[in-house]
Design a protein around this ligand. Structure first.
Ligand SMILES: Nc1ncnc2c1ncn2[C@@H]1O[C@H](COP(=O)(O)OP(=O)(O)OP(=O)(O)O)[C@@H](O)[C@H]1O
Ligand SMILES: [Mg+2]
Length: 406
């Protein structure tokens, strides 16, 4: 008799650490290489589709950096950090103070003459950082650079090898030209300038695939300043590990057959969120089936249906009828899971026999679908779905699949 009293080890969810972080060794090696730089010439961008594992990889890099003698600060970047240059500066000072607040600051000549000096605390806490910032003459970028340079001298004296500024959801960064506020450019300018002075501060930004394009649009030199790591779905071996290792580690009495593992890999396309989601469902289903004394099987239709409702439907329901027609044309393109162009879509819609879309209509609609987070434009001006396996989902809406279980 199998004991069904064990906790389901799988963790589908945003930023939930998986029971086993599968694959990602090459990406981790890249990061380690960047940590070995004496002068920071390259910073890191972790990018990829929704649910591919950017947040959990970022979290996993932190202990690696700390082991190498680096300090690590950071958070999620919300839109509010991009409201103004001052807001961006305050964001950085706030995060910085987490590692500096216990460091004693020998008030050196660099603050001589600053009116606030008498009010400065003895440590580099937020209050001190802010006071130095306020007292520095010049633009926000001058003030910020000055604070960061002072902090680096103190960190260096405390034997820190470097400091990683890790920001997730960095696609929220944006300049606000209409308000003459350039927080994104500020961030890039300040780091570039400090890195030129051999100050070992490294930016690690994680976000959706629009991120890199945004950075390069703000500052063309961003292309050379960042090493781009595009996280993809897991290959077959890593997918297998993601499924089997947690079961081994949790000593689950239920074992999956080879065929079941293959079914899960096929259904998930190797996308980490889908792997966690499907495995969790499979395990719950197995337990129920065992409880009721039935022979166990993977309820493929039910799982796909639940995935459609929980993951895809919210996004799909926000699209208008005309947008859905366009998405259906895209989902019919042979290369829709990789990339497609305005011309591909316009040509396919003309060939489909329905009401065709002109190229300019397609361009406009892709822009609004981009804002809705369904597609994104890559650096070469071509488009891709921003949500993994969206093409399959759309095709299921068009023609529901026949019953299929194993
Ligand atoms: N390498 C991996 N092996 C196994 N599971 C993983 C792996 N990477 C991520 N996961 C799982 O996939 C899910 C999504 O991960 P995560 O939230 O990090 O994705 P994300 O790319 O940050 O998504 P978003 O774009 O929504 O921010 C989580 O449940 C996580 O546990
Ligand atoms: Mg994330």
């Amino acid at each position: 008799m199998i004991n069904c009293n064990f906790e389901n080890p799988f963790r589908p969810g945003a930023g939930h650490r998986p029971p086993h972080l599968a694959g990602r060794e090459p990406e981790t090696r890249e990061f380690m290489r960047l940590l070995s730089q004496q002068t920071v010439l390259e910073n890191l961008i972790l990018t990829g589709l929704r649910g591919v594992g950017k947040t959990v990889l970022l979290d996993a890099l932190k202990p690696q950096a700390i082991r190498e003698g680096w300090l690590w600060i950071g958070t999620d970047l919300s839109e509010s950090a991009s409201v103004s240059e001052e807001a961006m500066a305050i964001r950085l000072l706030t995060d910085l103070s987490v590692v500096t607040s216990t460091l004693v600051y020998e008030r050196s000549e660099e603050l001589m003459g600053f009116t606030e000096q008498a009010q400065l605390d003895k440590t580099l806490n937020f209050h001190t950082l802010r006071a130095i910032f306020n007292a520095t003459p010049g633009l926000v970028s001058d003030k910020l650079k000055n604070v960061l340079e002072i902090v680096w001298r103190v960190l260096w004296a405390h034997n820190a090898r470097g400091l990683v500024f890790a920001y997730d959801e960095a696609q929220n960064l944006a300049d606000q030209a209409h308000k003459e506020q350039y927080p994104l450019s500020l961030l890039l300018d300040v780091f570039q300038s400090l890195q030129k002075k051999d100050i070992r501060f490294m930016l690690v930004l994680a976000g959706l695939p629009t991120l890199f394009t945004k950075l390069v649009e703000a500052r063309t030199y961003a292309e050379r300043m960042f090493h781009l790591v595009f996280l993809d779905s897991l290959d077959e071996e890593a997918s297998r590990e993601a499924i089997l290792k947690p079961i081994e580690a949790a000593d689950c009495p239920l074992k999956l057959k080879k065929k079941t593992v293959t079914t899960i890999i096929d259904l998930s396309g190797g996308y980490p969120y889908f792997l966690q989601f499907i495995c969790r469902e499979v395990y719950d289903a197995f337990i129920q089936q065992l409880d009721s004394g039935k022979e166990v099987y993977v309820p493929v239709d039910e799982i796909v249906h639940k995935l459609d409702t929980d993951f895809f439907a919210g996004r799909w329901n926000r699209a208008t009828d005309r947008q859905r027609d366009l998405l259906a044309v895209i989902a019919g393109l042979p290369d829709c899971d990789r990339e497609f162009s305005v011309q591909d879509i316009a040509a396919a819609s003309a060939a489909n026999g329905g009401k065709p879309f002109s190229a300019s209509q397609v361009s406009q609609m892709l822009a609004s679908l981009g804002n809705a987070g369904l597609v994104y434009k890559n650096r070469h001006g071509r488009y891709s779905f921003a949500v993994p396996l969206l093409g399959q989902f759309i095709r299921r809406q068009e023609a529901p699949a026949p019953g299929d279980t194993m």
